[in-house]
Design a protein around this ligand. Structure first.
Ligand SMILES: [Fe+2]
Length: 261
C-alpha cells in the first residue's frame, strides 16, 4: 500500500454554483455566483489548498444552448483563476442543454471522469449524468430526477478502484448514499461495487443542496451545501483536509457547516 505523504492533502471544494446571467428569485441569486466563486478561490489560495474539486452544476438554466455556453465560459474562466490543479464533476445542469463534449471543451478537461494522486491520496471523479438506457445527458434529453450509472461505468469504477490501493476519495455530483430524487437510481448497486474496497473510505457529493453525512459500512458519504442561494450572506464552500484514508476533516465557510468526525 502506498504510504501517504505526512503533510495532509487540502482540497478546496465547491458545488452547485448555478451561475446564469438571469435575475435573482426567492430561491437563487444566479449572478451572485460569480463573486461567490471569486471569494472561494481567494480563500483557497489563502489557505494554500493543494487542489480544487468542483462537484458540478456550474451553471443554471438559460433560454438556449448559446446562453448556457456563455454562462459556462464565464464561470469556468472565474474558477480557472485558481493557481492550483482543478478537477470537475459534471452536474445535470452542466449537461442539460450542452452536450458532455461541449461542456468538457469549455471546462478544459478531457473526460467527464477524473483520476489523480496528490500527496499519496487518490481522487476519483465519477460521471453520473446518464439516462436509464445508457445515453449521456444533453440537449434536454434528461429528467433531473433520473440518473443511472451504466453497467460499463460501474465496471470502470470497480476496475479503477481495484488497480491501485492508495487511500482513495470518490467525488460524485449525485448522491450515492440515499434513495431519493437526488441519488443515482442505482446507488445501491454502486455501493455494492465500492463497498468491499477498504482503501476507499469517503465519498463527497453535491446536487442535493443540503449538508449531510451518512456512514454505510466502513464508508462515509459527505453531502455539501450549494454555493447558490438568494441570501447574499449564504455563500458556501469548504476545505477538506485529508490526513489519511481514515481521517478527514471539513472546514466550512459561509453556510457550509464544518465537520470533524
Ligand atoms: Fe444537480
Amino acid at each position: 500500500m502506498t504510504t501517504p505523504d505526512p503533510s495532509p492533502l487540502k482540497i478546496g471544494l465547491v458545488t452547485d454554483i448555478h451561475y446564469a446571467d438571469t435575475a435573482a428569485n426567492e430561491k437563487r441569486d444566479t449572478r451572485a455566483s460569480l463573486h461567490r466563486v471569486r471569494q472561494a478561490i481567494g480563500d483557497f489560495q489563502t489557505h494554500d489548498v493543494d487542489v480544487v474539486v468542483c462537484l458540478g452544476d456550474l451553471i443554471h438554466s438559460g433560454p438556449d444552448v448559446e446562453a448556457e455556453r456563455s454562462y459556462m465560459q464565464t464561470i469556468v474562466a472565474e474558477l480557472r483563476r485558481v493557481d492550483r490543479p482543478i478537477y470537475f464533476c459534471l452536474g445535470n445542469h452542466c449537461v442539460d442543454r450542452l452536450t458532455k463534449a461541449e461542456a468538457l471543451e469549455i471546462i478544459g478537461q478531457p473526460t467527464a471522469t477524473f483520476e489523480a494522486i496528490h500527496k499519496g491520496i487518490r481522487i476519483l471523479g465519477l460521471d453520473t449524468c446518464f439516462n436509464p438506457e445508457g445515453s449521456s445527458y444533453g440537449r434536454l434529453n434528461s429528467d433531473w430526477r433520473v440518473a443511472v450509472l451504466p453497467e460499463a461505468e460501474l465496471d470502470k469504477l470497480e476496475q479503477s478502484i481495484s488497480k491501485n490501493t492508495s487511500p482513495t476519495l470518490l467525488f460524485s455530483h449525485h448522491r450515492l448514499d440515499a434513495n431519493d430524487d437526488w441519488s443515482l437510481r442505482n446507488a445501491e448497486e454502486v455501493r455494492r461495487r465500492i463497498g468491499p474496497h477498504k482503501h476507499l473510505s469517503y465519498a463527497v457529493q453535491g446536487h442535493a443542496h443540503l449538508a449531510d453525512f451518512r456512514s454505510i459500512g466502513h464508508q462515509g458519504f459527505l453531502t455539501l451545501m450549494p454555493m447558490v442561494y438568494s441570501d447574499p450572506k449564504l455563500n458556501a464552500y469548504s476545505i477538506l483536509t485529508v490526513m489519511s484514508s481514515q481521517s478527514i476533516a471539513l472546514q466550512g465557510f459561509g453556510n457550509q457547516t464544518s465537520w470533524n468526525p
